[in-house]
Design a protein around this ligand. Structure first.
Ligand code: PEP
Length: 247
């Protein structure tokens, strides 16, 4: 089967209302090929405006969601609320959430299951830190992170995995196409062995970490790289080139 290419844009905690409006204009001007899915994740406060303004080919994700539907969880947003606002996607387990907000593998697994049950699709982020890569335990780390998700979910149909080496995020140090392909291939084999042949064949595995207009084509040409999760460059005109990187 052909896995549709997938481009996610993570705006993180950047911008203002005026800048969000400009980004919507920019995005609405981009060509979105039929074989490419595009999803952008604005800061929570701007989600609705962005969602209302974007053309229908570009979907909107939240950058996080909690694992309860409602209640005394000050500051949190539930997957049910995101659905209520017409959203289809949520990013979970981003390394910045793992690092600064102490999200564990187990929590990310549980949040993934809860969001899927609520009817959202999930961009589930995993990836090793620099010291883990240097200690040659990259595969162990990503396998551990995948296992925590697999422990909570059976059906991977609505999950997109984003492999984002932490040392490459926001640093300008992109993984080489070979480094990324090696991990993506390992992840696909892991899915085949631990979930199912179907999940291995159908699950999109994105690369994230300093993707830009200059490196997207060589990365995107690798057989197990099914798209990108893009941070910094998703706020710039070059995001349009990244959307076209498989053309
Ligand atoms: C990200 O935030 O997921 C990311 C990959 O950031 P950047 O593209 O800026 O490295």
């Amino acid at each position: 089967m052909v896995r549709n290419f997938f481009i996610g844009g993570n705006w993180k905690m950047n911008g203002s209302l005026a800048e969000a409006k400009k980004l919507v204009e920019m995005l609405n001007g981009f060509e979105v090929p039929a074989n490419t899915e595009v999803v952008v994740a604005p800061p929570a406060l701007y989600i609705d405006r962005v969602h209302q303004g974007l053309k229908k080919e570009i979907k909107v994700a939240a950058q996080n969601a909690y694992l309860k539907a409602s209640g005394a969880y000050t500051g949190e947003i539930s997957p049910q609320m995101l659905k209520d606002m017409g959203l289809e996607w949520v990013v979970l387990g981003h390394s910045e959430r793992r690092e600064y907000f102490h999200e564990s593998d187990e929590l990310v697994g549980k949040k993934t299951a809860f969001a899927l049950e609520a009817g959202l699709s999930v961009i589930a982020c995993i990836g090793e830190k620099l010291e883990e890569r240097e200690a040659n335990i990259t595969n162990d780390v990503v396998a551990r992170q995948m296992k925590a998700i697999a422990a909570e979910i059976k059906d991977w149909t609505n999950v997109v995995v984003a492999y984002e080496p932490v040392w490459a995020i926001g640093t300008g140090k992109v993984a080489s196409p070979e480094q990324a392909q090696d991990v993506h291939q390992f992840l696909r084999e892991w899915l085949a062995e631990n979930v199912s042949a179907k999940a291995a064949e159908e699950t999109r595995i994105l690369y994230g970490g300093s993707v830009n207009g200059g490196n997207c084509k060589t990365l995107g040409a690798k057989p197990d790289i099914d798209g990108f999760l893009v941070g910094g460059a998703s706020l710039k005109p070059e995001f349009g080139e990244i959307i076209l990187s498989r053309q």
